[in-house]
Ligand binder design. Structure first.
Ligand SMILES: O=C(O)CCC(=O)C(=O)O
Ligand SMILES: [Fe+2]
Length: 441
């Protein structure tokens, strides 16, 4: 380095020097080798490394430097010699976990090499890592999404997911159940004429279209219910996620620990009904287990569990016991699925990174306003054990007040997305991951 040549060379702190080198470069300083290159670590992994993944390919990253350092992360996809993304990163000694998401729809099906590079302000390599991901987006919906992403020029790599990335206004992408009554009838007639759906299933689908949900009795039999309740007892006893008896708190993804819950998650009757709704496979993304009522305020899942195209998500709520009055029952507002969908950008809300205060001040009042705009009936769901309710993505629903705190309300919710869609959490801007394994026939 030429002594005294630039701002960087004059500063005593090496971290500041490395930042200032940026300015020196901008002022025409030559890209000298740094006097003492700090050790930099870069690691990346993806669930799509182990098997084919649809929708967004999520890459988890970890990067750190011996001492604070301004760097750029470059992402190379496939054979491309130019980075699909170049983004500044402030490296720290503590290290930082992060993520990137790739629009797999814009990639060919099959394996793809991904290379990540960290470079310093002068473009000199600091660290590099590679991985191979497996992309699979097949079927009519995936094709429509691919074409839409191409038309709108969606970026291949994203670091924040948002509704503005997608052509939600494009009516070619509207699901059959969100179309005109005539189009709905035509679809149902086809299902019926081809023998794909039985008369009771057609009736359930019609209820879903008109009211925004359907109820199914006797999905889970007594033996399976006993195993599910034993799993809940075990989770309570082990105080999983710090659970204390009587709490409204939900337990996340217990299907990963309890085979009985996983069996419910992939229940053939539920998967079959979702296949009829989505006109293709539906795949779960998570499970939430409740021992007592959630007392969750009215909301649409749309902003939390977001699909592109719109409407390709359903919630499935299964009762593990006969639901009692005053236990904090699930409440749905029939026909409210026809209300406008609310996304973060619509109300100018910032992505939630942990504190939900602003969300409560921007999104929640808009929901209240929408619900108050029409006189929606408030339907309390008080089923027998083993029954399930499937709601439309945009249906307004809530957990009512637990008027009798001693009454449990054992239930499990799964959120399912249509295969071929893009799955994300608009509220946080993070990508979603679907179960990619076998589905029952
Ligand atoms: O079970 C409840 O009370 C509400 C659950 C819910 O809103 C959801 O899981 O999306
Ligand atoms: Fe919900």
């Amino acid at each position: 380095m030429r002594p005294g040549a630039g701002l960087a060379a004059r500063h005593p702190d090496p971290a500041v020097r490395s930042l200032l080198r940026l300015f020196d470069r901008a002022r025409g300083e030559p890209a000298d080798a740094p006097s003492e290159a700090p050790r930099v670590n870069l690691a990346a992994s993806a669930s799509a490394e182990t098997g084919p993944s649809g929708g967004l390919i999520v890459i988890e990253t970890h990067m750190r430097a011996e001492r604070p350092l301004a760097a750029s992360l470059r992402v190379f996809v496939g054979e491309a010699r130019r980075p699909a993304l170049e983004t500044p990163r402030a490296l720290t000694a503590e290290g930082e976990h992060g993520w990137l998401a790739l629009h797999g729809h814009l990639m060919p099906n099959g394996p793809a090499a991904i290379r990540l590079e960290l470079v310093d302000a002068g473009g000199r390599p600091l660290a590099v890592t590679s991985l191979t991901v497996h992309v699979r987006n097949e079927g009519a919906l995936a094709d429509e999404v691919r074409e839409s992403l191409r038309r709108t020029g969606a970026p291949l790599v994203v670091t924040e997911l948002d509704s503005r990335l997608y052509a939600y206004h494009d009516q070619r992408l509207t699901a059959w159940y969100d179309r005109s009554p005539a189009a709905v009838e035509e679809h149902l007639a086809k299902l019926s004429d081809t023998g794909r759906a039985a008369p009771d299933e057609i009736a359930a689908l019609r209820h879903f279209v008109d009211e925004g949900f359907m109820t199914l009795d006797g999905v889970v039999g007594p033996e399976h219910l006993a195993r599910l309740n034993a799993a809940l007892d075990d989770a309570v006893e082990k105080k999983i996620e710090g659970y204390e008896w009587g709490m409204s708190q939900r337990l996340h993804n217990l299907h990963l620990q309890y085979p009985a819950i996983r069996e419910l998650w992939l229940h053939p009757k539920i998967i079959r009904m979702l296949r009829l709704i989505f006109d293709g496979d539906g795949r779960p993304c998570q499970s939430l287990t409740y021992v007592f009522g959630s007392e969750q305020e009215h909301h649409q899942d749309t902003v939390h569990l977001t699909s592109f195209p719109a409407g390709r998500m359903c919630g499935v709520w299964t009762a593990l016991e006969d639901v009692q009055p005053d236990s904090g029952e699930l409440v749905v507002f029939p026909k409210s699925h026809r209300l406008p969908r609310i996304y973060m950008s619509d109300v100018g809300a910032k992505k939630v990174t942990g504190d939900w205060t602003e969300f409560g001040e921007t999104v929640v009042p808009r929901w209240t306003e929408l619900l108050d705009s029409s006189r929606f009936r408030r339907e309390v769901y008080r089923p027998k054990a083993g029954a399930a309710l499937i709601w439309h993505e945009n249906l307004m629903h809530a957990g009512s007040m637990r008027l009798d705190k001693s009454k449990s309300r054992r239930s499990i919710v799964g959120h399912y997305f249509a295969e071929g869609s893009v799955v994300y959490y608009d509220s946080s801007g993070r990508p979603g991951l679907l179960y990619e394994g076998e589905l029952p026939a």
